[in-house]
Design a protein around this ligand. Structure first.
Ligand SMILES: Cc1cc2nc3c(=O)[nH]c(=O)nc-3n(C[C@H](O)[C@H](O)[C@H](O)COP(=O)(O)O)c2cc1C
Length: 194
């Protein structure tokens, strides 16, 4: 493996949003490779807490309907209903080729702290992001809408101690993404040499 190519892959990975997808279907084989690579993420005590539910074809409508209806029901109860949010939730999944629900399944023995299970899932998602990038496929982790909601859990087959952490939207990018921006790593690191 060429380290320069690995660095290039890591640094050119970008979040690409559904509005920037062509609408063309991504090959299921690529999504399967993303999922297989997700499964190679590390986890403390090998709890492997990542769980995924893949929505594609008519499944995208199922997700769009579920999330917009749930939003409506909860927001109307609270008096916070917003038509724009509702419309966004009913249309956004349809712009993607696949949407993967990102979930954390809490180990029954709770053998590691919950935060470590979430960390392990995030590592699995990064594997998916990088696999997509290597194939020239766009994706992005969205944590808006019904993410984290208790009321959403049954639909995804999640129990009380599990978590819905968001959605990975996947599609063919319309254009090559722009170069990303980061503040210097030197501002975030301290070396201790003595
Ligand atoms: C846990 C997590 C949740 C995110 N949720 C959102 C989101 O809800 N909406 C959004 O626009 N971007 C979201 N993002 C993507 C970030 O906007 C994106 O990673 C950031 O702007 C850096 O861009 P890059 O991924 O192209 O380097 C999320 C990223 C992570 C890791």
């Amino acid at each position: 493996m060429n380290p320069k190519e690995v660095s290039e892959l890591l640094r050119t990975r970008r979040s690409i949003f559904p509005g920037n997808y062509t609408g063309e279907k991504v090959d299921d084989a690529i999504v399967e490779e993303m999922l297989e690579n997700a499964n190679w993420a590390p986890s403390n005590k090998r709890t492997e807490p990542w769980r995924f539910k893949v929505f594609t074809a008519a499944g995208l409508t199922t997700l769009a309907e579920f999330q917009s209806n749930l939003y409506k029901e909860l927001a109307e109860k609270k008096g916070t209903f917003n038509e724009k949010t509702y419309n966004m939730l009913s249309t956004k999944p349809l712009k993607a080729s696949h949407v993967i629900a990102i979930m954390m399944k809490r180990d029954e023995k709770e053998s590691v702290p919950e935060v470590e299970e979430v960390e392990a899932v995030a590592m699995a998602v990064q594997n998916m992001y990088l696999t997509a990038t290597a194939h020239g496929i766009g994706c992005y982790w969205g944590s808006g809408g019904i993410t984290y909601l208790e009321e959403a859990k049954p639909f995804f087959g999640l129990g009380k101690t599990d978590q819905l952490l968001g959605f990975l939207f996947i599609g063919h990018p319309k254009a090559t993404p722009e170069t990303g921006k980061r503040n210097p790593i030197q501002d975030k690191v301290e070396w201790v040499r003595s």
